[in-house]
Ligand binder design. Structure first.
Ligand code: SAM
Length: 290
């Protein structure tokens, strides 16, 4: 067996209890592939995380070590998708960064409501399992009651197929909806029971599902969208990219916005040094200057 073992990595045993160690060479092969696929920058400090997450794939596939995993990936292109799913960080929750939703509900959505133009385009770029776009949809419906009569949509894109499946289902557990204020939970979610476990679940109502369009999109590929956006949220995504990729992405967001359109980034992300064509409105919120 090629891999050094931190414990026993039983050959071909599904569900083996111990982890294979990720050797330096395998780590660099995998991190380079991740960078080529989606520009996620897995530096040395992420080695333990990569090892522990990919050990789950090794066990699921019954592979003996990371060398075998690499060979498997060369023979099965679709495994790259599963690897990306495993290695992206999908942490999110409803109304994450509440000040962003306050800003949109108080300053931006009322202005969209008063505007003559009917189309409203919002984009949650790196939407993970859907909590962000459904929070946007709730804020939108709360501010623009007749949003149904407008040509409004919240595009929700991500590179993780697994996260997108969850976004498409729009079903969440009670530990996930606890951040939704109770009055909105009652208004915008149906209670359902999981058939197997009997667990109580919350399914987004049609009024939200009609607005939100979950789609696969790798942000570092060509974007197919033709119409410009009023608001783009790309929060807690760019931290995984290097400076050059962030710079390119900011330029692309600028092109994808309507004049005066709003770009919102995460609290650990900054446009400092890259935002010459954006006006700083308040921390992490910018508007497009033409
Ligand atoms: C930490 S989550 C952030 C979710 C949400 N925006 C929030 O702030 O709560 C980051 C998301 O970015 C996605 N992501 C990472 N690289 C990407 C890429 N190249 N293209 C599209 N999505 C990407 C990941 O799959 C993950 O779901």
């Amino acid at each position: 067996m090629n891999a050094a073992l931190t414990g026993l990595c039983e050959k071909g045993a599904k569900g083996a209890m111990f982890a294979c160690e990720l050797e330096e060479e395998d780590f660099w092969r995998i991190s380079s592939l991740m960078y080529r696929c989606c520009r996620v920058n897995l530096h040395e400090g992420k080695k333990t995380l990569v090892q522990s997450r990919l050990n789950k794939r090794l066990r699921a596939l019954g592979l003996e070590d990371f060398n075998a995993y690499w060979q498997y990936m060369l023979d099965n292109e679709e495994e790259v998708v599963a690897m990306v799913d495993c290695l992206t960080t999908n942490h999110t929750h409803f109304f994450r960064g509440p000040e962003h939703f306050d800003f949109l509900s108080k300053r931006i959505f009322p202005a969209l409501r008063e505007r003559k133009e009917d189309s409203i385009r919002i984009w949650s770029a790196g939407c993970s399992s859907g909590e962000e776009p459904y929070s946007l949809a709730m804020a939108l419906v709360e501010t623009i009651e007749d949003v149904d009569t407008k040509d409004a949509l919240v595009l929700a894109t991500d590179i993780s197929r697994k996260a997108l499946e969850r976004a498409k289902r729009g079903v969440y557990g009670k530990n996930e909806v606890y951040k939704v204020p109770p009055e909105l939970r009652i208004k915008y979610f149906d209670f359902i029971r999981d058939e197997e476990s009997g667990e109580m679940l919350f399914k987004v109502k049609d009024v939200l599902a009609r607005l939100v369009r979950p789609r696969f999109l790798n942000l570092v590929d060509q974007w197919p969208m033709k119409h410009p956006f009023d608001v783009i949220l790309c929060r807690n995504v760019m931290i995984y990219f290097d400076r050059e990729t962030q710079r390119e992405l900011i330029k692309s967001f600028w092109r994808a916005l309507k004049p005066g359109g709003i770009l919102i980034v995460g609290h650990c992300e900054s446009l400092a040094g890259m935002m010459s064509r954006f006006e700083f409105l308040c921390p992490t919120i910018y508007s497009k200057i033409t």
